[in-house]
Ligand binder design. Structure first.
Ligand code: APR
Length: 316
């Protein structure tokens, strides 16, 4: 049994902790947050939830990183959401400062952990964590593709009335408007989606997937989606802790694969005890490769903005 620390005990972080405890995936779950009282309240409530089900598990919360000592997986969900009037760059600067700070503090107590990044902007935060920790590419991974693929699966299942259980979907690219859903590799019970839906119908579902996060933000009014992000994160944690060698779309470091480097971006990868054990380089059509390239450009643009922000800070 393993130890998992979730940094940021907000909606996503606490939901991740809840799923880990419910599924008995970890011996110990720790939540670290600067907001100590709410995090401690959630930890107490979760401990009692475990007891209500007749189980036993250890859950602790606080703002001291020593609590996280010896974790196998560190999940980073800390950050702030974009507030009205806040520019993208301001959000980027704030979340970059938070994510690099928490990553360094967590690393000092768990130098062997796999770091799973959930904070947005996802691919850039994943890239940043690896930069600040100077870790090998296998030890840092971002959660996006599992979530985006789940959204696409849901829309297909809802449209056709078939079980989402039999739907396989793959969404690559950056976690943003330019994500790259691959209808060609989307199947229902092993049958190509094109046997069920026209190109236009598939296009509409793909577009809804691209806007999947925004649709939920619009309905919730405050905050963003968390049930599905947490579920997707826990799928990845499970694959790592149980050494499942699952093939999942994750934000990873291509290091030359697909002609891409110097960024983290969504690609099919093998997840196991060592973290990202392999990035799978599959054949893409010319059009898919072009879309992936455009998505990578958008991620790189944000990485450049971040580097400029950091540079102007150090100059100033
Ligand atoms: N150290 C630790 N925790 C922090 C820090 C910090 N420096 N700064 C902020 N936090 C905590 C907040 O106190 C809050 O509890 O991070 C938590 C974020 O939680 P929410 O605001 O509820 O956000 P959530 O919906 O959980 O989303 C978290 O995941 O999906 C992404 O875009 C989303 O980046 C966001 C992240």
């Amino acid at each position: 049994m393993s130890k998992v620390t979730v940094i940021g005990a907000g909606n996503v972080g606490a939901s991740v902790a809840q799923l880990l405890l419910e599924r008995q995936l970890a011996r110990e779950v720790v939540m670290v947050d600067i907001a100590v009282d709410p995090a401690s309240g959630k930890a107490l409530d979760l401990s009692q939830a475990v007891c209500a089900r007749g189980g036993a598990a250890l859950i602790e919360a606080g703002d001291q990183y020593v609590l996280s000592r010896g974790s196998d997986v560190i999940v980073i969900t800390a950050g702030i959401p974009r507030k009205p009037g806040m520019s993208r760059d301001e959000l980027l600067k704030t979340n970059a400062a938070i994510v690099s700070d928490v990553a360094l503090k967590a690393y000092s107590h768990s130098p062997d952990a796999v770091f799973l990044v959930v904070s947005n902007p996802l691919d850039v935060m994943t890239y940043l964590v690896r930069e600040v920790l100077e870790l090998s590419a296998s030890r840092v991974v971002g959660m996006a593709g599992v979530l985006d693929s789940a959204r696409l699966k849901h829309f297909i299942a809802e449209r056709l009335g078939y079980s989402s259980k039999d739907i396989t979907a793959m969404v690559l690219g950056g976690h943003g408007d330019l994500m790259v859903p691959l209808p060609r590799l989307t199947t229902i019970g092993g049958i190509a989606i094109s046997e069920f839906l026209s190109d236009d119908e598939i296009g509409a579902l793909v577009n809804r997937t691209r806007q999947g996060g925004a649709e939920i933000v619009g309905l919730l009014k405050t905050g963003s989606a968390y049930y599905a992000p947490a579920a997707a994160t826990v799928e990845m944690i499970t694959a790592i802790l149980r050494d499942e060698k699952r093939v999942l779309p994750c934000s990873v470091f291509p290091e030359g694969a697909y002609g891409l480097s110097e960024l983290a971006i969504g690609l099919p990868a093998v997840l196991g005890r060592g973290g990202v054990e392999k990035v799978l380089e599959i054949s893409l059509t010319e059009q898919e490769q072009k879309l992936l390239q455009q998505s990578a450009e958008a991620v790189k643009e944000t990485i450049r903005s971040l580097e400029n922000i950091l540079k102007s800070e150090s100059d100033g």
